[in-house]
Write a protein that binds this ligand. Structure first.
Ligand code: UGA
Length: 437
């Protein structure tokens, strides 16, 4: 199948490479010439485990190309829209300008029988609106909504072996034809038995934001329990283990700590609330306001803990922050809790040095006022307190004895509840964490 992928960011670049891997002939399009140049050279423009190898393989087959010229999509039968939908400046709603611009650019190149497949996370109602525009430009083209559930850090695996495939289709024969075409694209994963849900546009769009809202709620739930644990001397990690044994609850996504960040969960729950308001259903989602508030409180709480271990003041204190990305195995710093904490402490007078195995370049671009170091050891040299903010494997594996030799004061705030308090305390550290005694 000839396929175009419009937007080659965290979602599109991986999708393009995976579609080529599945045997399709793929053209990836992006307006960012530097990104296209890297991709055309077989290099990943961001850190994603497995992507460089996949790009190498796919480029070698000759089935994968990248361009800035949208006209090159002509001849492709399926066009995946994979552009970003960030939060609008100063508002909760999603900014759809990139989705609208990419569809506008695509319209003149559409042929009869083409399927435009939306993968971007959009407010419910967007697919219907775009479908009208597509059909007005090319009456025999169709829109199909196919939300994406990949996680950064596992993007290749999640794309090649998704846990479900959801289609939102137009009513009638047009929807049935589009379903057939996309089934051909996903023939590999479908033949592996991947569950498939074929539904209407509205449901498909809601599935995506409902899933992310549920995940965000699960994290904020356990973080609310962490607040209770702090008030009572209980241990939220043991509490999560214990309730997680109930299969109806499950242990995954019950890790209390600094909370969720990134380019998806925070902006998706806000955009969902904004859309519910427009639809007159804001009451249904008012709990998400609390989910958001609990999450943001975690960042303030970590700064407070640092202040507590520094005997009441962080002014002039040297703080090492381990981690800048919003989660491990990613270089994405969008709404990163780690950088939010680092910046707050900097503004409150601490001398903060941030390190990260992969995200330093992005972090420096986003927060030029912060100081950065290449390694945990460099960041911690002479530090009064260390904050573990992103649970990269190399930080989890730090030896408290050896690390204790580097710092000026053995104080650590474990923002992700991943270190062994017994081992760190035995090595002479003042260990504090969220929701643990
Ligand atoms: C999230 C969803 O998990 C994906 O299914 C979805 O496709 C994606 O958003 C998207 O909408 O594109 P992602 O943003 O890559 O994926 O990251 P997650 O693994 O969901 O983690 C989000 C945040 O929650 C991170 O900051 C992580 O540290 C935090 N988190 C996660 C916790 O604080 N506790 C947990 O138990 C789990």
């Amino acid at each position: 199948m000839r396929i175009s992928v419009i937007g080659c960011g965290y979602l599109g670049a991986v999708h393009a490479a995976c579609m080529a891997q599945l045997g399709h002939e793929v053209i990836g399009v992006d307006v960012d010439a530097a990104k296209v140049e890297l991709l055309a050279d077989g290099r990943a423009p961001f850190y994603e485990p497995g992507l460089p190898e996949l790009l190498d393989e796919a480029m070698a087959t000759g089935r994968l190309r990248f361009t800035t010229d949208i006209a090159e999509v002509a001849g492709a039968r399926v066009h995946f829209v994979c552009v970003g939908t960030p939060q609008k400046r100063g508002e909760n709603a999603a900014d759809l300008r990139y989705v609208d611009a990419s569809v506008t650019a695509l319209l003149p190149h559409l042929a009869a029988g083409d399927v435009v497949v939306g993968k971007s996370t959009v407010p419910v109602g967007t697919a219907e609106r775009l479908a009208e525009r597509v059909v007005a430009a090319q009456p025999e083209a169709t829109v199909l909504w196919n939300p994406e559930f990949l996680r950064e850090g596992f993007a290749v695996q999640d794309t090649l072996h998704p846990d479900r495939i959801v289609y939102g289709v137009a009513p009638g024969p047009a929807g049935a034809r589009a379903t057939q075409v996309l089934d051909e694209v996903y023939a590999g994963p479908l033949s592996d038995g991947t569950p498939q849900v074929v539904t209407d546009y509205a449901t498909a769009q809601l599935v995506k934001v409902a899933a992310n809202s549920f995940l965000a709620t699960k994290i904020s739930f356990i973080n609310a329990m962490a607040e209770l644990c702090e008030a009572t001397g209980a241990d939220v990690t043991q509490l999560a283990d214990a309730i997680g044994h109930d299969v109806r609850i499950g242990r995954r996504f019950l890790n209390a700590g600094l909370g969720f960040g990134g380019g998806c969960l925070p902006k998706d729950i806000r955009a969902f609330m904004a859309r519910a308001g427009e639809l007159g259903a804001d009451q249904a989602l008012s709990f998400l306001r609390e989910v958001d508030a609990i999450n943001m409180r975690r960042r303030v709480r970590v700064v407070d803990l640092v202040r507590e271990v520094c005997d009441g003041s962080i002014v002039g204190r040297r703080v090492a922050v381990l981690g800048a990305s919003f989660k491990p195995d990613s270089d994405d710093v969008r709404d990163s809790p780690a950088l939010s904490v680092a910046a707050q402490m900097g503004l409150q007078g601490a001398r903060v040095v941030v390190t990260d195995p992969q995200a330093l370049a992005n972090a420096e671009r986003a927060w030029p006022s912060l100081t950065f170091a290449a390694t945990a050891q460099e960041a911690a040299a002479g530090a009064d307190v260390v904050v573990l903010a992103t649970e990269w494997a190399e930080y989890r594996a730090l030896d408290p004895v050896a690390f204790g030799e580097i710092v000026a004061g053995r104080r650590i705030v474990d923002g992700r509840n991943v270190l062994d308090p017994v081992a760190w305390r035995a090595a002479g550290w003042h260990y504090r964490a969220l929701g643990r005694p």
